[in-house]
Design a binder for this molecule. Structure first.
Ligand SMILES: NC(=O)c1ccc[n+]([C@@H]2O[C@H](COP(=O)([O-])OP(=O)(O)OC[C@H]3O[C@@H](n4cnc5c(N)ncnc54)[C@H](OP(=O)(O)O)[C@@H]3O)[C@@H](O)[C@H]2O)c1
Length: 273
């Protein structure tokens, strides 16, 4: 029996992934913000829910505290929490919200949980990325000079997920890290959008999308399948390895350094690499 942390476990891909892990007999903690949905998941699956806003260092630190007191080792981290805001907003730390939630939270949790992951026999990190990538601009990752739009900010954040997974994979010994695309999944992610994008996405997903349970298949497979125990730095979709665009080593490292700079406020005790 293994221990897993699933971020964004109150809805969609994360919730279905947590359910699949619990069905296989594993211990799972889910993290999200929505108290009501979190309590429902906790009740339904018989697992702990921890409420935290992962877009800030304080929220991530609260999760780290909770996890280190709940588990003596961590076998897997599913970095899955993600959002698609309608308007440009910045967090209380002054970081653009899409980047803070979709990218920096993955970085902070990965870094902060390394000591606990290292205590497991074959620890794995899986970053839920996307096939929707692009509009990456290192000189303006937070859209301070460029005009912000929700699709560009989201695509960039999902490209960053891959790039950081490649950067981490080169740095980490013993802990593997891979990125996955879950498929086009009918979830709540478009709910922050206004008309007409929200309606268009809903209809499109109804026609073409897969269920959250189907969307969870590749993330859970990447976290648990025995054949992938030593596989790191890969991109998967539909349980198959995909090519790795944007894996230019120096660019990935540059992004890693940028996140490390933003994470300077995090507590030292979690900063061992
Ligand atoms: N749906 C797709 O077609 C698709 C395709 C490719 C990739 N993805 C990726 O899959 C992941 C899951 O998305 P989904 O489609 O399942 O969307 P979803 O149903 O909206 O779920 C998103 C989850 O992230 C959590 N979350 C968002 N912001 C958070 C924050 N600041 N702090 C803590 N938790 C936060 C939400 O929890 P609360 O609401 O409780 O805060 C929710 O549990 C995302 O990374 C997304 O980019 C989705």
């Amino acid at each position: 029996m293994s221990n897993y942390l699933v971020t964004g476990g109150t809805s969609g891909v994360g919730r279905a992934s947590a359910k699949a892990l619990v069905a296989s007999g594993h211990h799972v903690i889910v993290v999200g913000r929505n108290q009501q949905r979190g309590e429902q998941v906790a009740q339904e699956l018989g697992i702990p829910f921890f409420s935290a806003d992962l877009s800030t260092g304080a929220g991530v630190d609260a999760v780290l505290d909770y996890v280190v007191t709940s588990f003596d080792k961590l076998d897997g981290l599913l970095n899955n929490a993600g959002m698609f805001p309608r308007k440009r907003r910045v967090t209380s730390e002054g970081v653009e919200l899409t980047f803070a939630t979709n990218v920096l939270s993955y970085f902070r949790l990965t870094k902060g949980l390394l000591p606990l992951l290292r205590k497991a026999k074959q620890p794995r990190i899986v970053d839920v990325a996307s096939s929707m990538i692009g509009d990456y601009e290192f000189s303006d990752l937070q859209f301070e000079s460029r005009k912000w739009n929700s699709i560009s900010a989201y695509k960039q954040s999902k490209q960053c997920n891959r790039m950081l997974a490649w950067a981490w994979a080169r740095k980490l010994q013993h802990v593997t890290i891979n990125a996955v695309h879950p498929g086009m999944v009918a979830t709540n992610i478009q709910n922050n959008q206004g008309f007409p994008l929200r309606q268009v996405m809903r209809v499109w997903w109804k026609l073409k999308g897969i269920s959250a349970e189907e969307g969870a298949i590749t993330p859970v497979w990447a976290l648990t399948n025995e054949s992938l125990a030593n596989t790191t730095g890969k991109m998967f979709a539909r349980q198959k390895e995909r090519s790795r665009p944007h894996d230019h080593m120096e660019k990935c490292d540059e992004l890693w350094d940028y996140c490390e700079g933003l994470d300077a406020s995090s507590r030292e005790c979690y900063q061992e690499l």
